[in-house]
Every structure is written in structure tokens, then in C-alpha cells.
Design a binder for this molecule. Structure first.
Ligand code: PEP
Ligand code: MN
Length: 346
């Protein structure tokens, strides 16, 4: 059980600790910045009321003992995460799009303008690329991040880009609107901790071999540092099926949304490696009540320096957006477009 305090007042905390002790339980205050919450272990359920009535206790909460902050019961709803003018986790389905990696300024500008005009709300592009082979293109690195900032600003789009090292967070924080944690780094705990202590929202991809519990615990790391702006991204897991690059685990993405207070989007590009499956899987995510999709698009897919095979041509991306917009009313949703007014964060 957890207690939420009216204020983090030491006198109340001491009295609560003593009362828990008298009941054979242990009450522990969570560290900053969550010191207005206390964990209570070993309390018989029928005696919960006795702590709930103590001065300074706002309410008791039955939260998952290992991931209380991510637990949906803490807020009782999905908490919207703002990026630029878009809110992920609100009424609108938000589409992120762009190339896998930044290659040249001109290609990035061309792709970015195309996805913006088709209705993408957020530009995606990587400068620090986690490639399976060390001989493959590793991204443009720090100069790529600056290039991305320039292009995103000139297009009027917010941008998400991957960070792989905790030491790079401070260097990148002023240039990005959202940090991406890639599938390979989902359990890079020093990185998650660094992202918990900075102000930008975080797109947390699920590791290809990670369970729902591990994914939510990775998010808990970020929240524990005080940053609640985390969006989960299901990008396909490794299964026995080799027909697709990975297997989009839509069922677990839905569970992640039901069990947490975090928005959940899907990445049908990395999940399948197949341009033709992007539209139906993005539509499935919309129909399933998820919050958005992140899609790889390239102005000249054949020239892309990474993930060329899965990149959509701009015309195919226009068609994805058309399909999503056609489907949305039947699902009681709207698809965010660059011209939509900025909603309130809830
Ligand atoms: C990417 O977004 O280009 C990427 C490397 O994704 P993932 O971490 O999901 O493989
Ligand atoms: Mn990619």
C-alpha cells in the first residue's frame, strides 16, 4: 500500500512511521522528488484505514510495489505528454514521421516538409544510430543533432531523436524536443536515470526481448527521477516468426496502456520492416485506442543510409494519413494535423 501526503511534512511522516510500526508494518518515505508519497509494507489489509485516518494523509493507494509511479491507479487515467503543440495521450492520434537517420540537410528538409504537409505532428530522425554492425553507417553524430534542430525549426515541427549515452543528455537537451530511447537501450539504467532528471519528454521503445513488466519498470526509472513525460513505444518483439523483421505485439501495447498512466504508440516500420504493412498496423493501433504511431519516411528511400527497405515514399505516407483520417471517426478519434489547435495537457 502507498500513502499520499497532503504535504511532505516531517512531523506527519514521523507520526505515520510510528503508527505503522505499532501495527507491525514499515512505512518508508519515497526519495525526492516523490517525498509526498510513502510505501507501507507488511500492513494487514483490514488495518489500512487506521493509517488513512492519520493527520497529513491525503489518501491511500493500492499501487504495484515495484512500479508505483507508472501504475495507472496513481492517477486513474492516461496522462497526456506534450511535444510542441501536440499532446500524446489525449483525444488525438499523433503521428511521428521522418527518416531513420539524418543523411544530408537537403534530404532531411525534403522529407520533413513532405511529412509535415501530409499531417505528421512530430519529425523523427536519428543522428546517433545504434546499428547492429559496427561497419554500418553510425549516424552523423553531434553535427547531425544541430542539423536536425535547424531543419525542425525551419519546418516548424518538434523533433524526437535518439540518445544512447547518459553523458550525451546534457549536450543534446537544448536541441531536441523529445529524447528517444531505442529498443537496445531500454535497460540502460544510467541513461534512464539521466533522462529522469531533465525536462524533455522521453519516447521509450520496448526492447525486442523485453516483457511488459520490464518495459514498465524501465519507465519507472525515468519517473522516479521526477520526469513524468514518458511515452511508451511498441516496436515489435523477437518471436519465432521470421516473415517480418519483428512481431508487432499489439496485445501487450494495449495492456501497457491499461496498466500504466502513460500514453502508448506503435512503430510499425521497425516492427515489420515492410512498407506495405505500415498503414494496416497504424490503423490497428488507432482502432485499439492507442495514442499514435511513429513511421519511417524518406524522400528517396533507395538512398537512405539506414533502414532503407522499410522507409515509405512520401506518397505512401500521404496514403497512410488518408487511411487514418478515414478510420478515425469510426473509432471516435481524430488524427492530429499540424493545423489542429493546441489542446490542453491533461
Ligand atoms: C530507430 O528508431 O531508427 C531505431 C533504431 O529503432 P529501434 O530502437 O526500435 O530499433
Ligand atoms: Mn530505423
Amino acid at each position: 500500500m502507498f500513502l499520499q501526503l497532503e504535504q511532505p511534512d516531517d512531523a506527519f511522516v514521523d507520526a505515520i512511521e510510528d503508527a505503522a510500526d505499532a501495527l507491525g508494518a514499515v512505512a518508508t518515505r519515497l526519495p525526492e522528488p516523490w517525498s509526498h508519497m510513502m510505501r507501507v509494507d507488511g500492513l494487514p489489509a483490514e488495518r489500512a484505514d487506521e493509517l488513512a485516518r492519520l493527520p497529513g494523509v491525503a489518501r491511500t493507494l493500492a499501487l504495484h510495489p515495484d512500479r508505483p509511479l507508472v501504475d495507472r491507479a496513481r492517477l486513474g487515467r492516461t496522462r497526456g505528454v506534450r511535444i510542441g503543440d501536440a499532446v500524446v495521450g489525449g483525444d488525438e492520434f499523433v503521428v511521428f514521421a521522418g527518416p531513420c537517420s539524418i543523411d544530408t540537410r537537403d534530404l532531411l528538409l525534403e522529407t520533413g516538409a513532405a511529412v509535415r504537409d501530409a499531417g505528421a505532428a512530430v519529425l523523427r530522425a536519428g543522428a546517433h544510430k545504434p546499428r547492429t554492425s559496427p561497419w554500418e553507417f553510425q549516424g552523423l553524430g553531434d553535427p547531425g543533432v544541430s542539423l536536425l534542430r535547424h531543419v525542425a525549426t525551419s519546418l516548424g515541427l518538434p523533433v524526437v531523436t535518439e540518445v544512447m549515452s547518459p553523458y550525451a543528455v546534457d549536450l543534446m537537451v537544448d536541441e531536441v524536443d523529445m529524447f528517444q530511447v531505442g529498443a537496445r537501450n531500454m535497460q540502460n539504467y544510467p541513461l534512464l536515470r539521466a533522462l529522469g532528471r531533465q525536462p524533455r519528454p522521453v519516447l521509450l521503445k520496448r526492447g525486442a526481448g523485453c516483457t511488459l513488466s520490464e518495459w514498465l519498470l524501465a519507465a519507472e526509472y525515468v519517473l522516479s527521477g521526477g520526469n513524468e513525460d514518458v511515452v511508451l513505444c511498441e516496436r515489435g518483439i523477437r518471436t519465432f516468426e521470421s516473415a517480418n523483421r519483428n512481431t508487432l505485439d499489439l496485445a501487450t501495447a494495449i495492456l501497457a496502456r491499461e496498466q500504466s498512466c502513460l500514453p502508448v504508440i506503435v512503430d510499425p516500420s521497425h516492427a515489420t520492416g515492410r512498407p506495405a504493412l505500415v498503414a494496416p498496423l497504424a490503423a490497428a493501433a488507432l482502432a485499439a485506442g492507442l495514442d499514435g504511431a511513429i513511421i519511417e519516411v524518406h524522400a528517396q528511400p533507395r538512398a537512405a543510409l539506414s533502414d532503407a527497405a522499410q522507409a515509405l515514399e512520401p506518397a505512401a505516407f500521404v496514403e497512410v494519413m488518408r487511411r487514418l483520417r478515414a478510420l478515425a471517426p469510426a473509432c471516435g478519434r481524430t488524427v492530429r494535423s499540424a493545423s489542429s489547435p493546441a489542446p490542453d495537457v491533461s
